[in-house]
Design a protein. Sequence first.
Length: 378
Amino acid sequence: MLFSQVIGQQAVKNRLIQSVQHNRVSHAQLFLGPEGSGKLALALAYAQYINCKNRTLSDSCGVCPSCVKMAKLSHPDLHFIFPTTITKKVKKEPESILFLEEWRKFVIEQKGYFNANHWYDYLGVENKQGTIYARDANEIIRKLQYKSYEGEYKITILWMLEKINPTAANKMLKLLEEPPDKTIFILLAEEQEQILPTVRSRAYLVKIPKITDSDLLHALMQHFDCREADARDAALMAQGNWIEALRLFENSEEEKYNFQTFQQWMRLCFKVSIIELSDFSANIATIGRERQKSFLLYGLHLFRNGLLFNNQISKLVRLPADEHDFHAKFASFVNGGNVLPMVKLMEDSILHIERNANPSILFMDTSLKMVKLLKMKV
Ligand SMILES: [Zn+2]
């Protein structure tokens, strides 16, 4: 990763770059900062810069053999420790090295920006928390015995120091106290209180602040072809957290699409315009299964809301203002007689989409059933 790919954080980047330029890279550093501030992205850019054969005053070259391997996270002198847990694939004694392939793929896909829940979701574990085990520390001790492959620094990035168990922490402490030659440890953490004071005191603290609103805004405008006003809203609400900014921004685009498309769909169902419904189905067939599913889920959510409106408990319905009016109006067509079949219809359609049904046939069929349900009285 290049420093130029890290969102904002120019002051931190400058400090890290200068530490390399002046040959004052501390062998153990603790990057402490809130979620979405870019700790992992900074650590990756820093590691790449340290071992780059052709670095400039502001960034790695990106093309030397070291940079190429660093970008793929496959550099033999780059090591990772991160929380793991039992999964379908690893049924006992989990440790980082057993998940290295998944880790590399995920970090590259996410460009270094994700939280612990994203990682656990990616591993397919629900409600399980990961841990950094003594096995992880042993593996690093074993790897660091050998000379570095390229004669450069051996860099270990430890993600989520909060998740280290006491035995592993003790082993890491010994390593930090008497580090092998030319090794660097970059420890990443969000919660200062959850870190053992003994570990904290042995690492040089690099505080990573929240990303500024203007850096977030700039990055959103760069990543998406969007109106400045939309990006500004997301940037402000995200409060310095790039992961949250992405989530807010992507959701708001999708929500808007779902709302408008749903309005259009219901209008056509009321009109019972078969030709237009057929065009509608052909159109929605082109947006991809994930979006189709998201659209149907939105519909499902709406029918459930419809029931709440009718039961005079509209305070329970949480919606943006412009959608609220439509929902209130729409709710009058949802009644005790048709709401359950409507919910069932949406659930079945979602299931069919998941099972790779032909989307244009599916949406046409669902539309015709919806036409009938809307006409149903209590
Ligand atoms: Zn390079």
